[in-house]
Design a protein around this ligand. Sequence first.
Ligand code: CA
Length: 231
Amino acid sequence: MITKAKILIVEDERDIARLLRYNLEKDRYKVLVANDAESALKMVRKQHPDLIILDIMLPKMDGLEFLKTIRADNNVPVVLLTAKRSEMDRILGLKLGADDYIVKPFSVGELQARIAGHLRRASGIPAGGNGKKHLSLGAMDIDFDRHAITVKGRPAHLAPKEFAILKLLIEADGKVLSREQLLEMIWGLDKNMEIDTRTVDQHIARLRRKIRPEDERIATVPNFGYQVRLN
Ligand code: CA
């Protein structure tokens, strides 16, 4: 990678923020820190971070509200920091479009590995569609280089994993991909995450919502998986 990735830490506990900043700067990332969601929103708009580490428990606007707000028009990978017992927060976070979560108290090494993985995937999804840079499917127009999709000329704002799913289905060229295959190909490195095939279904549901009226191109094959209709 040529440019240094920029990571935004949204965390009100200053000791944790400091620890993260220290370790990430050691990894040669550019690091921004926001102690509350309101200033984090401004940083997202002005600084365009490549990844966000987001604490859920924040003063005033909490992490989930912040996530919902940025996901309206931003696909940046988000890793949630959650407290040990807040299972519901985690599930809600993934539903709202977080890419991953890590439970406090966490090992910095594990977090660093996850971050590297997400950045690799966010940037490394190769210019795709079987080498094509552009693909039009009905009213949907896909720019594989920019990871951008428009439907009837309007941006569809897919999250990175939603885009990755669509891309894999297109590359499969109409062949059916099972939920397990999609899980393995897209979440493959996150084996220790408590995710299962329902996560794939949730992402497909969000993807379909965002590409209406072309959502019918993504067909469910009962008891097996999904395929894309290319004509
Ligand atoms: Ca906190």
